[in-house]
Design a protein around this ligand. Sequence first.
Ligand code: HEM
Length: 402
Amino acid sequence: TIDPAATLETTRGCPYAPPKQHLRLLREQPVAKVALPTGGEAWVAARYDDIRTILTDPRFTADRRHPSMPRLAEDTGSGLAESPLPKMMLEMDPPEHGPARRAVVGEFTVRRMAALRPRIQQIVDEHLDAMLDGPKPADLVRALALPVPSLVICELLGVPYADHDFFQIHSAQLLNRRATEDERRHAILELAVYLDKLIKTKEQEPADDLLGRQIAKQREKDGAVDGPALLSLAFLLLIAGHETTANMISLGTYQLLRDPGTLAALRADPAKTVNAVEEMLRYFTIAEFAMVRVTTADVELGGTVIPANSGVFMLANAGNRDPEVFADAQRFDIDRGARNHLAFGYGAHQCLGQNLARVELEIVFETLLRRVPGLRLAVPEEQLAFKEDSTVYGMHELPVTW
Ligand code: HEM
């Protein structure tokens, strides 16, 4: 049995498996109390069903500024927990959350995402052109994984072309775990000033993009524009949609390069890319430590009582390997039909950008395999650097050649 005072493991060891402790918890103690690396305590839930139960239970709050909200590190990465900006929808509970989400949900429909496809394809092609024209080996993270989602967010928010470089440089810096605290804070400030100006410009000159439409909607509804709320929204989309997608691009490419059978199957039938993306999302579950809540009452779960005001991490990476739901769960199998995975969360806060992420990933992998037939790792697998130091898992670099 597990020592209840055991410290929560946050590093994976094996780059494509959950921390061993999480799989042990799933088997032996699926609802458990653990010590945190920061010194505090929290609860964890590892089973697929329990995670879905928590994510739909109104006795859990998503308020990231709640005093009992557990932290894995002193610095959570984005600096937004201490942000003076208004609450983001990610941190809201009912009745506040519904209206905030409904105001933008129309921007992320499957139809709107389909309309973005040609532009995403163009962004991917341009970056592959540049990579293929440049020196070998190339770092796929810098050549493709970071710029693609960044430019897609530019497209979404209506950042003018002339500002793309500024936007990309600062948002990459914001996500750069190897930058100093000061450098990161500077990047946040620069982006906040930039986005604030962008919103003010769009207030003057109506624009047919996400921010422009939000401005028009707010004016129609309230007769005024809530600038800070729009800034908060723009920042949330940037934070939630950039590094996540970038990490899935690098990890997904890595997975394909170490799995020649799957690579060949996808080359033979690119239509399978859709299912491959779902399986990659399940297999890596990069945002598991982002799924965190606090109990607002005593809650009984599978025979264990979690007291009120307890922090709870949903170990979705373990949940996505739950044998009750996924047969032979440790195997990467693009034909399993993994769309019911927990990588995008579940319930009211389930990822708003999931359709966008899916489209981006499908286009990237389909194009990469089609256009770069000889793609391979440029260094031995042991030399690859994985992000073990962040709440979102990924790769620091992915040296490739072709
Ligand atoms: C929420 C994962 C891409 C925007 C979430 C949540 C997860 C997640 C797990 C739920 C957090 C919780 O329950 O507390 C991912 C992954 C992505 C991805 C793995 C990429 C593969 C994106 C993109 C966007 C986006 C591209 C938009 C540009 C959001 C927003 C929320 C969210 C706005 C908050 C929704 C709410 O609170 O109602 N995401 N995400 N995400 N995601 Fe994503």
